[in-house]
Design a protein around this ligand. Structure first.
Ligand code: SAH
Length: 449
């Protein structure tokens, strides 16, 4: 498989700086499945082309890597699509990530670019067009003569004016999407990668659902998780006709804003974030000088690692760092570290608990930790029919154990408040559907004494 990238930006040889690959030098990179060759067929000030040629070794595939590889044995080695993405990440990783030490100013600049992919495996010309055209590419598709036995291979030319990192990202995600076969790099973190790579374009793509399903190769759990996260990030996002009328803020943003408002209204200074996930609330609270301490608690170490990266804990000045604690812990166990806070937020975490463990959660939070203010958000199940893909009664996230209707949430809120001496108010978050309520429901509990 061959990918070439051409620019007519002046001087065109800046392409070499952006890719961290010297036009004067041909290079070879060893990959687990063969070799990637990088060279410049053309490098003048007017026009510069870099070529990435994958030389896949079918023997290394059958030997080392187990099950899926049998797929590739019968295939022409140079056309395994997902390997192109792996190679892009390895060989052009810094350009893909938008880093350039020598031409930082060019990273975000739209450049005249042409990408040509030889022998791309795909179902049809239409599928190629439907993925790239919405992103602003002029697309040219021709049958590939490299494989006479199959009509599945095409030569594709994409012309655009875009930052190089965007083009690389689109190719990275969409080439494997077009190839509907298994590949070996599906793991849980693929969802994270897809969400990260898709930032800024995938949630707006008219075929995002197709892209997510294909990219994650129809693995139902992974697909659902990715769609759930996009739905959250991309506002009333995927396939829903309940488009929000709340400007450009996503539901995730609105939720954080609502919780931050409730917390600041309460006058809290030390705040607990229970089930903090990747630290969105922590990040928002750190911006508020009146908040002196935030403790994020999550059962998942991976989530805490992500939170740490998101808020940039390592790079923080000491004074700032002292305001944050990231604690591994459970929502359902009494924990001395969680006592003494003014307020606690439990955002989209309750529904991850087994219903049988809810009582333990209530004891831990309302009886033992008992901060003055408690803010809880959870999905409103009534609203789910607005999401086309949940119309059959599915939940918003594969790890949700339940989702409550407005009535169920109101009755839980009232009974918990009464049992533990709190007064509670309910508030909708997000675009309110007159019949079904808002996508997110929030309760604010105030301790009575
Ligand atoms: N509050 C965050 C994350 C919500 S996702 C946000 O709004 O972005 C739910 C989080 O709850 C996940 O990070 C999950 O790891 C965590 N979680 C699930 N069950 C938990 C438990 N029993 N104890 C602590 N955290 C839990």
């Amino acid at each position: 498989m061959l990918l070439t990238l051409t620019t007519t930006h002046r001087p065109a040889t800046d392409l070499g700086y952006l890719l961290h690959k010297n036009p004067a030098r041909a290079q070879v990179f060893n990959l687990p499945f063969g070799k990637a060759h990088v060279f410049y067929p053309e490098a003048s000030a007017e026009r510069c082309t870099v070529a990435l040629l994958l030389d896949i070794d079918p023997i290394s595939l059958v030997r080392g890597r187990g099950a899926i590889l049998t797929d590739y044995v019968n295939d022409r080695p140079y056309i395994a699509s997902s390997f192109l993405s792996v190679a892009i990440a390895r060989v052009f990783g810094s350009a893909l990530g938008g880093r350039s030490s020598e031409r930082p100013d060019l990273v975000d600049e739209s450049l005249p670019l042409t990408a040509e992919i030889t022998a791309l495996r795909c179902d049809s010309e239409t599928s190629v067009r439907s993925l790239f055209e919405p992103l602003g590419y002029e697309v040219n598709v021709e049958p590939s003569d490299t494989d006479e036995s199959s009509a599945r291979y095409r030569n594709v030319r994409l012309v655009c004016r875009k930052p190089l990192k965007e083009l690389l990202t689109h190719v990275y995600v969409l080439v494997p999407t077009l190839d509907n076969r298994k590949h070996y790099w599906i793991g849980d973190d693929e969802v994270d990668k897809l969400i990260a790579r898709g930032e800024g374009w995938l949630e707006k793509h008219p075929n995002r659902e197709f892209i997510v399903r294909r990219y994650l190769k129809h693995q139902r759990n992974l697909t659902e998780e990715a769609l759930a996260r996009l739905r959250d990030d991309g506002d009333a996002g995927l396939g829903t006709h309940a488009t929000a009328t709340v400007g450009t803020a996503s539901l995730g943003d609105l939720r954080i804003q609502a919780v931050v408002r409730a917390l600041t209204d309460s006058g809290a200074v030390r705040v607990l974030d229970l089930g903090c996930g990747e630290g969105r609330l922590i990040e928002a609270l750190l911006r508020l000088p009146q908040i002196s301490e935030i403790a994020g608690v999550d059962v998942s170490v991976e989530a805490l690692n992500r939170a740490e990266r998101r808020i940039g804990l390592e790079r923080m000045p000491d004074r700032q760092r002292q305001r944050v604690k990231l604690l591994q812990g459970a929502l359902t166990y009494r924990d001395a570290r969680l006592a003494g806070y003014d307020a606690a937020a439990v955002i989209e975490a309750l529904e991850h608990l087994e219903p049988a463990r809810l009582g333990a959660f209530e004891q831990m939070l309302f009886h033992f930790a008992k901060p003055e203010t408690i803010v809880v958000t959870t999905p409103n199940r009534d609203y789910n029919v607005n999401y086309v893909e949940l119309a059959d009664g599915g939940l918003r996230h594969p790890d949700h154990r339940f989702e409550w209707s407005r009535e169920e949430f109101a009755s839980w809120t009232a009974s918990v408040a009464a049992a533990h001496g709190y007064a509670a108010t309910l508030e909708p978050v997000g675009d309110v559907d007159p019949a079904l309520g808002a996508p997110t429901q929030m309760a604010v509990f105030k301790r009575c004494n």
